[in-house]
Write a protein that binds this ligand. Structure first.
Ligand code: GLC
Length: 537
């Protein structure tokens, strides 16, 4: 693999990398069955290089009945035939590495499919050797669920389902078909660490760990207190009162996962999905350099489009990420509404999506992009007969729009697994945007190029400036190199006074392709919805 340059003396590759999430069902359908696959990812590796990202995170590709589209695993060490074979995986990995791209897999430790052989054994009898691999409990006195814990998915209701054969309830933090593993059992931990080793030995560069904050539950199975009894996630205000999410014992488990990774050279990434609202408790998942390397931040992508709101969440995150640890910034993923839909909701866009791209790629930390956001894909209103997701997330998972051709060039099948609306393809597709110097794709490309060649952006220190509520601005600096990023969150133009060292500076990049003026005086005049990067004189 090509070497990754040290940034400010920090050489961990994942600090200077830009990550890109692929939802494999929707990236490229190589075999023409309407669903994306691994051969499709291999076919578009050059695209990723051209865009300028450094690593991909693949949502799950393992054997699965697909109740939750791969987040319900039946064999952690096998590729689901819909995505291909282990050979296809090895080819994809080799192809990525040959291009200097790294590959991060999704590790789903909290639960398996109910059709996983472990669960089939566990539910077979109360005395089965794997009984304790899952969380089983006696019914309440009235025969109902053992306590009031709720599943994350509203449709599932209670987090408990009665197993008629053995007369006990099993816990499922998500769908009924996704029983929770019992991570308090050391045999489970050992087996799942074996899964990590299987993929590490195959050469993967790390893992995004799914729902890591849920691994350990209150061992007494105490009910959630009444004020949070309706909470389905750890993202509500009083979530710290919950008994089935974000329990102290989880940190011990994460240290074990991290220790398993540390046996490998070069360094492998441990990136965690931590759905915990309380900022201090969220930051605790970094541990003391012995837990997560990057901790996904729900608070960041949950903000409304407001300079003040982003100022606050960036300030809080920066303050709480422990010394020596490193933030990760993401505005999109397969569980939430597309960023272009959230921010450019008035149909004038993509304007704010451009400013969001500049913010994402210039903050101090590792940016994580979601496939299709680089061409401004918006949420698709999937009509009821075509809706397939258990939790209403189809709209953000539709096929990548590669070209203006049939089904956006995603598949040769007549029907892709989720629809691609025709009107959308006309504007938002890779082929057309690559040819258009003013496109959003170009902006992503130019931002990625600039980031790579500008040490202050890739790894420099950051100073967040006070906000007037309309413009968010911060300085980035590394030895002898400094830039100011100023992002206008408002639909009106605004002038921003420049600090002395930036007076007379040059605008390296603007989100507005119409910008002519490149040299600043002692102020920079931002157009409506414009972001700029200014270099010191
Ligand atoms: C995570 C995944 C989501 C999945 C859930 C259960 O939140 O991102 O897609 O449904 O975990 O695995």
């Amino acid at each position: 693999m090509k070497g990754v340059p040290a940034v400010d003396g920090v050489s961990a590759w994942w600090r200077s990398a830009v990550l890109y999430q692929i939802y494999p069902r929707s990236f490229v359908d190589f075999d023409g069955d309407g669903v994306g696959d691994l051969a499709g990812v291999t076919a578009q590796l050059d695209y990723l290089v051209k865009l300028g990202v450094d690593a991909v995170w693949l949502s799950p590709i393992y054997s699965s009945p697909m109740v939750d589209f791969g987040y319900d695993v039946t064999d952690h060490c096998w590729i689901d035939p819909i995505f291909g074979t282990l050979d296809d995986f090895d080819q994809m990995l080799a192809g990525a590495h040959a291009r200097g791209l790294r590959v991060v897999l999704d590790f789903v430790p909290n639960h398996t499919s109910d059709r996983h052989p472990w669960f089939e054994q566990s539910r077979a009898s109360r005395t089965n050797l794997r009984r304790d691999w899952y969380v089983w409990a006696e019914p309440a006195d009235d025969g109902g669920p053992p306590n009031n814990w709720l599943s994350c998915f509203a449709r599932a209701g209670s987090a408990w389902t009665l197993d008629a054969t053995t007369g006990q309830y099993y816990l499922h933090s998500y769908a009924v078909e996704q029983p929770d593993l019992n991570w308090a059992n050391s045999a489970v931990r050992e087996a799942m660490i074996g899964v990590l080793r299987f993929w590490l030995d195959r050469g993967v560069d790390g893992f995004r760990v799914d729902a890591i904050h849920r691994l350990i539950k209150d061992p007494t199975l105490a009910p959630n207190p009444p004020e949070v009894a309706q909470a389905r996630t750890g993202l509500g205000e009083d979530a710290k009162l919950l008994r089935h999410i974000d329990q102290p014992g989880v940190h011990h488990v994460i240290r074990e996962l991290r220790a398993a990774l540390s046996d490998y050279e070069p360094e492998r990434l441990l990136l965690g999905e931590v759905g915990v609202a309380d900022p201090e408790r969220w930051a605790a998942y970094y541990g003391h350099g012995d837990e997560l390397m990057l901790t996904l931040n729900f608070a960041f992508w949950s903000q409304l489009w407001s300079a003040a709101a982003f100022h606050d969440v960036i300030a809080t995150t920066t303050r709480l990420v422990p010394d020596g640890a490193w933030p990760v910034w993401a505005l999109g993923n397969h569980d939430i509404m597309r960023l272009a839909t959230r921010y450019d909701e008035d149909g004038r866009g993509p304007l704010r999506a451009r400013v969001a791209a500049m913010m994402l790629l210039t903050l101090r930390g590792t940016p994580l992009l979601y496939y299709g956001d680089e061409i401004g894909m918006t949420n698709v209103a999937v009509p009821a007969p075509y809706a397939v997701d258990i939790d209403g997330r189809d709209g953000a998972r539709t096929p990548m729009q590669w070209s203006p051709g049939p089904n956006a060039g995603f598949t040769t099948a007549s029907t892709p697994w989720l629809p691609v609306p025709d009107a959308r393809i006309k504007n938002d597709n890779v082929t057309d945007q690559q040819a258009d110097l003013g496109s959003l794709w170009r902006l992503y490309h130019d931002l990625l190029t600039l980031r790579r060649s500008t040490p202050a952006l890739a790894g420099g220190e950051s100073l967040l400036l006070p906000t007037d509520g309309r413009v968010l601005a911060y300085c980035r600096a590394a030895a002898g190199d400094g830039v100011l990023v100023a992002l206008n969150f408002d639909h009106n133009p605004h002038s921003v006074p420049l600090p002395a060292d930036l007076t007379g500076g040059t605008i390296l990049l603007s989100t507005d392709p119409r910008r002519q003026q490149r040299v600043c005086g002692d102020v920079v005049k931002l157009a409506a919805d414009e972001g700029v990067i200014i270099k010191r004189r």
